[in-house]
Design a protein around this ligand. Structure first.
Ligand code: SF4
Ligand code: SF4
Length: 108
């Protein structure tokens, strides 16, 4: 194959009809506010741990909504439950409680 100095990346298209949304449904049953998230990113922008680690609550919720369940825990494992994201969330979601509920659906 000719080396053009770049390579094509696989498509990141998600077939939402085929995605496994069972964990997101489980989360919404435990934490109905999860559906209120509008992916604004305020939580991620203000996250105390996000500066140094991969913690990103916005992406965590997007992954659950898209059925990308294996990508969730790596983005939460360094969360300190400080609650700063709760203060800034424009939807008033109790994000600390939400994070604990996510841990619960993953049995941790
Ligand atoms: S509770 Fe977790 S996700 Fe929220 S700001 Fe603190 S470290 Fe970040
Ligand atoms: S701040 Fe609230 S609404 Fe915005 S992405 Fe985070 S959880 Fe969702």
């Amino acid at each position: 194959m000719i080396d053009f100095g770049y390579s094509l990346t696989p498509s990141s298209t998600i077939e939402i009809d085929d995605a496994d949304l069972s964990l997101f449904d489980e989360l919404c049953a435990l934490e109905p506010d999860a559906i209120k998230c509008m992916s604004c990113g305020s939580c991620a922008a203000s996250c105390t741990a996000g500066v140094f680690t991969d913690v990103n609550l916005r992406k965590v919720l997007l992954c659950l909504q898209r059925g990308q369940q294996e990508d969730v825990l790596p983005q939460l494992k360094s969360c300190m439950l400080c609650g700063k994201c709760y203060i800034v969330c424009p939807r008033g979601i109790n994000t600390r409680h939400l994070i604990l509920s996510i841990c619960k659906i993953y049995n941790i």
